[in-house]
Write a protein that binds this ligand. Structure first.
Ligand SMILES: Cc1cc2nc3c(=O)[nH]c(=O)nc-3n(C[C@H](O)[C@H](O)[C@H](O)COP(=O)(O)O)c2cc1C
Length: 201
């Protein structure tokens, strides 16, 4: 099977790519508008992109052509955001944050999350998240309806002290259970089925 995303299958690109490029991690992004109103929304077009400096990227699509989602609009105006990572314990609350509430209505409270003050930026992090990354936007690249937001990670917060083995700086998987986005619209994966493969020298 060959699918032409520049021609007949252009309108199917989302279902094809979001189904095949899986599993994807989920960023539950908190932002503030210039009036200080908090917003939260999940994004799975997301990943860590580099470590020197440490950068992450995620990509809100426009709500309609030329009209950004609240997250993208807030970051364009304030340059600050928190990426809250998502594990099994907050999966359903994360999903509630994807509801289309009117701008300025607080998805965190709607979902029953606890906002916690960030250390160096204005938007709060989510107290229940397994890890949160305080970020400052580096650049926003607009490609069609996509707004690729790249941010530098300034601070990392980890909920459970056991997650890191601080001698080896390894994550202990028995204490960290992120979920991943699978086939759109409603499928997710747990990450408990792992295997080790040593890299060749
Ligand atoms: C798990 C999950 C992942 C999502 N990933 C994206 C994404 O990568 N890009 C996007 O534009 N919308 C994505 N959405 C939809 C947004 O979360 C949704 O449009 C949200 O209402 C945007 O909120 P905002 O206007 O407050 O920014 C995702 C939804 C869910 C549940």
């Amino acid at each position: 099977m060959e699918l032409d995303l520049t021609g007949p299958h252009r309108d199917d690109a989302y279902m094809i790519l979001a189904g095949l490029v899986t599993p994807r991690p989920i960023a539950l992004v908190t932002t503030m508008d210039p009036e200080g109103r908090v917003n939260a929304a999940p994004f799975s077009f997301f990943n860590v992109l580099g470590d020197s400096p440490p950068i992450v990227g995620f990509c809100p699509g426009d709500r309609e052509p030329g009209v950004p989602k609240d997250t993208a609009r807030n970051i364009r105006l304030t340059h600050e955001f928190v990426v809250n990572l998502v594990d099994e314990s907050i999966a359903e609350k994360m999903n509630l944050c994807a509801a289309s509430l009117p701008p300025g209505e607080n998805e965190l409270l709607h979902a029953g999350f606890t906002p916690v003050a960030s250390s160096v930026i204005q938007p709060p992090r989510i107290g229940e998240a397994p890890a949160s990354l305080e970020c400052r936007s580096h650049s926003i690249i607009e490609i069609g309806d996509n707004r690729l937001i790249i941010g530098e990670v300034l601070r990392v917060h980890v909920r459970d002290d056991r997650v890191f083995d601080t001698e080896k700086w390894h994550v202990r998987p028995e204490f960290y259970h992120p979920i991943a986005r699978m086939q759109a619209p409603n499928w997710y994966a747990k990450t408990r089925d792992m295997f080790e493969m040593k890299r060749p020298r």
